[in-house]
Design a binder for this molecule. Sequence first.
Ligand code: COA
Length: 263
Amino acid sequence: MTCGADGEQSCPQRGVAFWTSALQATLEHNNPSLGSICPSGVTKSAPIQRRCQRDVSALTVEVVHTGPNAMTKATSKFPTLTTKRLRLRRFERRDLADLHACFSDPVAMRYWNSPPCKTMADTERALAWLAKTTSPYDHLAWAACKKSNDRCIGMVNYHSRDARNRRLQLGYITLPKYQRNGFGTEAVRAVLNYCTDELNVHRVEAFMHPDNSPSLRLAEGLGFCCEGGPLLDYWRVGTKFVSVMIYALINKTDEQSGGAPRH
Ligand SMILES: CC(C)(COP(=O)(O)OP(=O)(O)OC[C@H]1O[C@@H](n2cnc3c(N)ncnc32)[C@H](O)[C@@H]1OP(=O)(O)O)[C@@H](O)C(=O)NCCC(=O)NCCS
């Protein structure tokens, strides 16, 4: 995403592909005629969005981490994050129905970098990959849940982490019925703060379709700046290629000398 995924860019040394890529591969393997199933793919040029110089220090921190070194033993302890209304936790099997409501929705998925899930089994495979992403090094996915009932209302992840250069990409989605309530911003802010505070990330990227106004607004609201685009035919979605804009947020609060990544 920067929608949620780009397995082809995940760390080759770790040999771990991001879930959507793997999901697509699985789907294609199971049914070659599907390719990567999706409609989408409306590719059109857009004027470059405004550029700005905001930085992450402007963000209001409302997340409570599980601990300063929560990721040191990340494989045994998932870094649950909390915000005012949300708890961001590891995906569990009970999230399947909620996740399917999201991943099967053609409107919610119209700017995603992989096609909507056609069946519950498709979503089940996606869920398995999301729950599996426990590595602190390459990618990690959180189920954004309402504190009141622990039901999943969205997903935020980071992926394509390049630890040496202290950068990664974010992906996010909110279940359609919960959109426009500030949940997306709240959840992404929590993960953003985790990435800068715990992983010592310097640069966070987000790739998005030029027509994806909600995502552009969310990113800009958190201080991301458009750096350019459209990057032509950047995503392969189903049988089409999609061009995207690149947004980034620089963490200017950390040392400029290029300190080492954590974890
Ligand atoms: C992008 C997305 C995660 C936003 O989630 P959300 O929970 O609605 O986010 P928020 O309520 O915090 O709103 C974020 C901004 O988007 C705006 N927004 C949300 N839905 C919108 C819509 N349908 N049309 C226009 N603006 C919209 C909000 O007004 C807000 O902007 P503002 O702060 O300037 O008012 C959600 O629209 C979504 O899941 N989209 C589909 C998946 C997707 O495309 N993800 C991004 C891939 S790059």
